[in-house]
Design a protein around this ligand. Structure first.
Ligand SMILES: N#Cc1c(-c2ccc3ccn(Cc4ccccn4)c3c2)n[nH]c1N
Length: 242
């Protein structure tokens, strides 16, 4: 997968040299480049923002540098990338969207700042590539960089070979539309607190049932909205009785 990121704070992405993303870059699974938007300005002050038409607080990112940046990163001879634009007004970023993005050959991230990017940048880009405005959640950040770090981590861990134990992808939270069950490791008793006996029983059927029950209870208590979206076919008759 190829990833391009455009930002006025390219140094925000230094952590992408670390850990599993760093290893994915080193082995070629992820080909990532970060670009400074100011490289596409032409004035002495390298201006990227201006006051909003219609008034209002703050500044808006000018369309000209963005237009030149997106042109430079989407050469006509290559298939167009999918453009991801983090925004408080975006669609929710979910595990399902992470899986969708993990299947894309080329992602292009536009990191806004100030009050956002001139809308015409997205409208013009949409004439030549898929554009998705995406939001991490219902709160407001300073800009898109943190969102790109989160999205990239969620997507990269889904790429083949990145996670050593791919099995963990099938049991983690949101994998089956439920939150994951509590996890335990040694010692068997810690500060007087024992590991649930079933997990030490060696009875894999009982263990799977216990984990499923715990996941349902935890999801019902913390995220009832997720239960509402659960496919009834995925519940067996004992779940209904539980
Ligand atoms: N993803 C995501 C986001 C963001 C986000 C993403 C990009 C930008 C570019 C500028 N700002 C600041 C800003 C303040 C006020 C109104 C609009 N924009 C961003 C915020 N906030 N919360 C999320 N879940």
């Amino acid at each position: 997968m190829r990833v391009d990121i455009v930002s006025i704070f390219p140094e925000y992405f230094a952590p992408l040299d670390l850990s599993l993303i760093g290893r994915a870059r080193a082995n070629g699974t992820l080909r990532l480049a970060v670009h400074d938007l100011r490289g596409w300005t032409h004035d002495v002050h390298r201006t990227v923002d201006d006051t909003p038409y219609g008034g209002g607080p703050g500044m808006v990112m000018r369309p000209e540098p963005w237009g030149e940046a997106l042109d430079a990163l989407t050469p006509a001879e290559l298939p167009p990338p999918r453009l991801l634009v983090p925004s408080p007004a975006g669609v929710p970023f979910t595990q399902a969207l992470a899986h969708e993005l993990a299947a894309e050959p080329h992602l292009l991230f536009a990191c806004g700042r100030y009050e956002g990017i001139d809308q015409r940048v997205l409208d013009h880009a949409a004439t030549r590539m898929p554009v998705t405005e995406v939001s991490l959640g219902d709160y407001v950040l300073f800009g898109g960089e943190v969102a790109v770090l989160v999205i990239l981590e969620a997507v990269t861990r889904l790429l083949p070979g990145v996670l050593g134990n791919a099995g963990s992808l099938t049991e983690e939270s949101h994998a089956h539309g439920l939150l994951e069950a509590p996890m335990y490791t040694k010692p068997a008793t810690w500060r007087g607190l024992p590991v649930p006996e079933v997990l030490r029983s060696g009875d894999h059927g009982r263990i799977a049932r216990w984990r499923r029950d715990e996941a349902l209870v935890r999801t019902g208590r913390r995220r009832p909205d997720m239960l509402a979206g659960l496919d009834p076919q995925s519940l067996d008759k004992r779940d209904v009785a539980a």
